[in-house]
Design a protein around this ligand. Structure first.
Ligand code: BG6
Length: 488
């Protein structure tokens, strides 16, 4: 059902996020009939251009992504009528969004109705923009209209700055007007975790310390820093991925069942889980930085030789950690998290590793203990599905065991819908459902958990591009008598 009419104002209209993810998602929504019948895009950015120039340039760029099958955007051919529906009433507003004049000039372009302000800009501008929107009266809601702000990550760079940013923002808007977005929550398998856990009788009873040995959460990428050194070199893998994306996965897999699917019921459980994380000590964290290496036979430069990276940079491009959750369900069950760039394979998944059977009834030398383990893998990227791994008897007169698996893939059951990842989130913002967005208390709990690990507390070790990560990360699990599931 299409949402009520609205205008979406994009700050950072000429930026990368707008071209790569935001507008492709809006296009997919238009194609699926999920956009309001009356919808207006308003682009805001520094460089002067007409709305026609802006949208024509967007279309050319998006078409080039759609042809490049390695790009993240999942789009079919761009159809003229759908594109027109999305862009025909677009407006462009050029100016400097650190200046009040820009906002005064914007008022007439946003009109009187429902508006979503999308902050697709560098994090240092978030507070100032919300402040100016408030000052100009553009965040005032009435019973007939909403005014909402979508804020990208990173939300602050530590606990203190996140609190300060909240204070600034909440001086101009109510918490329920603020939609802190995390695109991992828009991924199909991630949204499905709640369904798998809470709509089936067979998973939830064993989803606890009595049956689960440990959990591994992986977000491995093969890409390097690309052209983003300006952002990445002072951010690093920890801030880029952990207190947001990986902790959101952790919440979905480990939180208690909410009382309902109401946004606050779900978000309450997420916050409780995050607050139960024991502040991670430095000895439970390993960081790495990729050096030169090879991937699929191609020689790759090390991080320090990437364009825009400081020659003596110590920024981590990999981080692994052991997370301990101090609550009744998870006491004693480690959650091992890892993420890195330029790794051996692209793989985002949550692996639930179960405890072994109470004793080995089948004396079987053919398979070792690691092959005997039961694992449920929630496959998030690039495959979307769920795989269960267990042991069965090989056919034949002898009792010989063999590891087997069964896999459910979304594309087999449902076909693969075009999806960039932001569609559900934008739609939810339009209908005013904040369930998949971050509340301020959750963000603070995330920063608090990683507080010990920031600002050079953990030295980055070198790993070869195209590898499984630094050796020290293997040692982190070996110490506990465990090992990472191999990538790829
Ligand atoms: C972004 C990070 O938030 O997520 C990037 O800034 C990272 O560094 C990306 O590459 C990963 O997202 P996805 O959806 O491609 O796994």
């Amino acid at each position: 059902k299409p949402p009520a009419p609205c205008t979406m104002v994009i700050f950072g209209a000429g930026g990368d996020l707008t071209k790569r993810l935001l507008v492709p998602s809006l296009y997919n929504m238009a194609a699926a009939g999920a956009l309001p019948a009356e919808f207006r895009l308003v682009g805001v950015d520094l460089q002067e251009r007409t709305a026609e120039e802006w949208t024509a340039n967007l279309r050319t760029t998006i078409e080039s992504f759609a042809e490049d099958k390695t790009a993240e955007a999942s789009l079919g051919d761009i159809r003229d009528d759908t594109w027109l529906r999305l862009t025909r009433s677009a407006l462009f507003h050029a100016g400097d969004f650190t200046k009040s004049e820009l906002f005064d000039g914007l008022i007439s372009k946003v009109g009187d109705g429902n508006v979503i302000f999308y902050l697709a800009v560098a994090a240092r501008f978030f507070g100032g923009i919300v402040d100016e929107l408030g000052r100009a009266g553009m965040l005032r809601e009435t019973p007939d209209r909403y005014r909402r702000v979508i804020i990208e990550k990173p939300f602050g760079h530590d606990l203190e700055s996140a609190r300060a940013l909240d204070e600034t923002i909440l001086a101009s808007a109510d918490e329920n007007q603020i939609f802190r977005i995390d695109h991992f929550l828009g991924k199909e398998t991630v949204q499905s975790i709640m369904a798998v856990r809470f709509a089936n009788g067979m998973f939830e009873p064993v989803w606890r310390r009595e049956y689960i040995d440990h959990v591994q959460i992986t977000a491995a990428e093969t890409i390097g820093v690309e052209a983003r050194a300006g952002f990445y070199d002072h951010t690093g893998a920890l801030r880029d991925m952990v207190p947001n994306h990986l902790f959101n996965l952790l919440c979905m897999v480990a939180m208690e069942s909410p009382n309902s699917l109401g946004a606050d019921a779900v978000r309450l459980e997420k916050t409780k889980l995050l607050q139960a994380i024991r502040r991670i000590p430095v000895e439970n964290c390993v960081m790495g930085q990729y050096g030169a290496g090879t991937l699929d036979g191609q020689a790759l430069p090390g991080y320090l030789d990437e364009p825009g990276v400081a020659a003596d940079s110590r920024t981590e491009t990999y981080v692994a950690m052991k997370v301990e959750i101090e609550n009744w369900r998870w006491g004693g069950v480690p959650f091992y998290l890892r993420t890195g760039k330029r790794m051996h394979a692209r793989e985002t998944e949550i692996a639930i590793v179960f405890r072994p059977a109470p004793f080995r009834m089948f004396a079987d030398e053919d398979i070792d203990a690691s092959q005997q383990r039961n694992v449920v893998r929630l496959m998030i990227d690039p495959e979307h599905g769920i795989r269960t791994e267990f042991v069965a008897k090989k056919p034949g007169p002898q009792i010989t065991l063999a590891p087997v698996h069964s896999t459910f893939l979304y594309r087999d059951f449902f076909g693969e819908a075009a999806n960039v990842g932001y569609e559900t989130l934008i739609y939810d913002c339009m209908i005013g459902d904040p369930m998949l967005f971050q509340r301020a208390d959750a963000i603070e709990a995330c920063w608090s958990a990683v507080e010990n690990l920031l600002n050079g507390a953990v030295q980055a070790k070198s790993y070869a591009a195209g590898s499984q990560g630094p050796d020290e990360a293997d040692a982190l699990l070996e110490r506990d008598g465990r090992s990472w599931l191999p990538l790829g």
